[in-house]
Design a protein around this ligand. Structure first.
Ligand code: SAM
Length: 303
């Protein structure tokens, strides 16, 4: 690994991590040099990595700039995946993907049709655990907006198929009667992804307060790029997208402003390169075993 003040290089420069504001890094990157951009921006609601004065207008301003630059550096046919949840204040929520949709809509008006972003899926990322709300329903999903630059694009569905519930199911009538009805490679994972979020005792948990699980960038990378392609994460935090790139043999460019998160990412990237990163594989969530005591209703519970 080479290190200067602002840039860390790993694996002969295939993985690059900038300790910088992403806006400064974008200004160094030429147009149409990246195959996929995956990120989760700050939600601007008082996290330890946000300024106390950040609010929903800061979110709009920052995302307008970063998405405009992302559109410029993305290759035609490449993908942009924006993972966001909700801005919450006093039990009032703003769905951040609606704001992102509007930002892209406006930016699209200033470019030609093959440089526009086209939305293909609004993926619901659902998870079983989180804060229990008192004055509204507990939030158990966030979203990922998947756009492509232009209308011709790469989508490798076979790379992300998941097991069928009933693989032994057969056609009951017609020409194929008696044959298995499912795809032997598995089924389309759909636009609802159940993947545990990275909380307290998750195997991937670091000191970063808002990691997404490796399985999220890993799935997107497998479906939307080829080995050797370049992936960028402008808000790379603990380096989750970088780790997914190492696991899937893609190149990576990432940016992070906070030194302590750069250190966490540095450790994780080295672990991934050495083959000893611990992570939860992208497999279906285990259903509770009803024979276990913890799954049984204690006396006095009313439901
Ligand atoms: C929601 S977190 C991303 C977490 C990441 N997906 C992970 O799995 O660790 C957003 C990150 O963006 C960083 N950040 C905020 N503004 C930035 C900027 N202008 N340039 C680069 N990083 C920034 C924050 O410090 C924070 O770590």
């Amino acid at each position: 690994m080479e290190r200067d003040l602002h840039q860390l290089n790993y694996d002969q420069g295939n993985i690059k991590l900038f300790h910088s504001d992403c806006i400064d890094v974008f200004s160094e990157l030429q147009s149409e040099c990246v195959d996929l951009i995956i990120t989760s921006p700050p939600y601007c609601m008082g996290k330890e990595y946000e300024s106390i004065s950040d609010d929903i207008n800061s979110f709009k301003k920052l995302n307008k700039k970063v998405i405009a630059e992302s559109m410029r550096i993305l290759k035609k046919g490449g993908s942009l995946c924006w993972q966001v949840g909700f801005h919450v204040k006093d039990s009032v929520i703003i769905p951040l993907d609606c704001l992102i949709y509007d930002i892209v809509d406006v930016l699209n008006k200033s470019v030609d049709s093959q440089s526009r972003l086209y939305l293909h899926n609004r993926i619901i990322w659902t998870f079983g655990h989180g804060l229990n709300a008192e004055k509204r329903l507990s939030g158990r999903y966030e979203t990922i907006l998947w756009y492509t630059k232009g209308t011709e694009y790469l989508f490798n569905l076979d790379a992300i198929r998941i097991p069928q519930k009933y693989p032994g199911k057969k056609y009951s009538k017609g020409k194929k009667a008696g044959e298995f009805s499912g795809n032997p490679l598995g089924k389309n994972p759909s636009d609802v992804w159940e993947i545990p979020n990275v909380k307290a005792n998750h195997i991937e948990k670091t000191e970063h307060p808002c990691q997404f699980p490796i399985a999220i960038p890993q799935r997107l990378i497998k479906a939307l790029t080829k080995p050797g392609d370049v992936v960028m994460d402008p808000f790379s935090g603990s380096g989750t997208t970088a780790v997914a790139c190492v696991l899937e043999n893609r190149k990576f460019i990432g940016c992070e402003v906070k030194e302590e998160y750069i250190e966490i990412a540095d450790k994780r990237i080295n672990e991934a390169l050495n083959g000893d990163i611990k992570y939860r594989p992208d497999v279906p969530v285990i259903e509770p075993d009803l024979s276990q005591k913890v799954a049984q209703k204690p006396e006095g519970f009313k439901w």
